[in-house]
Design a protein around this ligand. Structure first.
Ligand code: DGL
Length: 267
């Protein structure tokens, strides 16, 4: 039976525009759903922030989503998931879908058992990530690379510049030396650099982006909770940013591919 709760929005957040790479898979899989996307642009990037800071931001944003009547919350950010998902689950009364670098699918699918993982410094330094990496370290040779600076380029939309290409090439060099055949993208910003990653590592490399798996998991949870929206409805996306600028709105439009009304949120 459908009720008001089924019409309630699904809420997603990231430090900035990276989570749009998840949002697009959610939109594709669940076109009837109302979606709220929040870019914590006043505090981006999360990758160089302390765990306490990321936890505090994630709780603040989570409370805002609850006030908006969201039926489920998606942390469209690996760094925020690594730092905050446990505390959020303890303190917030809403189902939460988190995400983590796809080490498991990467290890399962690698043929030569050499796997590369790119993530932010905060994710790589987290306990959650160490536990995950240790679990699969016997099955494949894992090459782990923190990539400070890439998120800043993507946020500034300078990720097709020569400077950012050179930075990326430096981060990918150890993977080339190790001869990995599979790469896990452990940050939701990185899918926006996929053309450059493929140019450097070659088209044969298998790239694992967990965005589609997150959308699938979200659908599963909504089904389980009987809270999917009527499929004949047409969902909209409502965009918020903690630091609203015209430039940010343009960047979101560029990546999202549609005109966007961006609302400002002071929290
Ligand atoms: N896109 C985020 C992630 O998946 C955060 C990146 C950042 O803000 O440093 O980790």
């Amino acid at each position: 039976m459908l009720n008001d709760h089924n019409d309630a929005p699904i809420a997603l957040f990231d430090s900035g525009i990276g989570g749009l790479s998840v949002l697009r898979h959610v939109r594709e899989r669940l076109p009837a759903e109302e979606l709220i996307y929040l870019a914590d642009s006043a505090h981006t990037p999360y990758g160089d922030k302390s765990e306490d800071f990321i936890i505090e931001r994630s709780l603040t944003i989570g409370r805002f989503f609850i006030e908006q009547g969201a039926k489920v919350l998606v942390i469209a950010c690996n760094s925020a998931t690594a730092a905050a998902v446990s505390v959020m689950r303890e303190q917030l009364d809403i189902p939460i879908v988190g995400m983590e670098p796809g080490i498991k699918p990467a290890v399962t699918q690698s043929k030569n058992r050499r796997v590369g993982i790119m993530a932010t410094a905060a994710t790589v330094a987290s306990e959650k990530f160490s536990t995950l990496a240790q679990r699969y370290a016997n099955e494949s040779e894992l090459s782990i690379q923190a990539c400070p600076g890439l998120v800043e380029h993507i946020e500034a939309m300078t990720h097709d510049s020569e400077e950012s290409y050179q930075m990326l090439a430096r981060y990918l060099l150890p993977f080339q030396q190790q001869g990995i055949d599979t790469l896990a993208l452990g940050c939701t910003h990185y899918p926006f650099m996929l053309p450059q990653i493929r140019e450097i590592l070659g088209d044969e490399i298998l790239v694992i982006d967990t965005g589609p798996a997150v959308a699938e998991q979200l659908q599963r949870i909504l089904k389980q909770n009987a809270s999917l929206r009527d499929q004949s409805a047409k969902g909209r996306v409502h965009f918020y940013a903690t630091q609203h600028t015209e430039r940010l709105r343009e960047q979101i439009e560029k990546l999202w591919g549609e005109p966007v009304a961006l609302r400002s949120l002071q929290r």
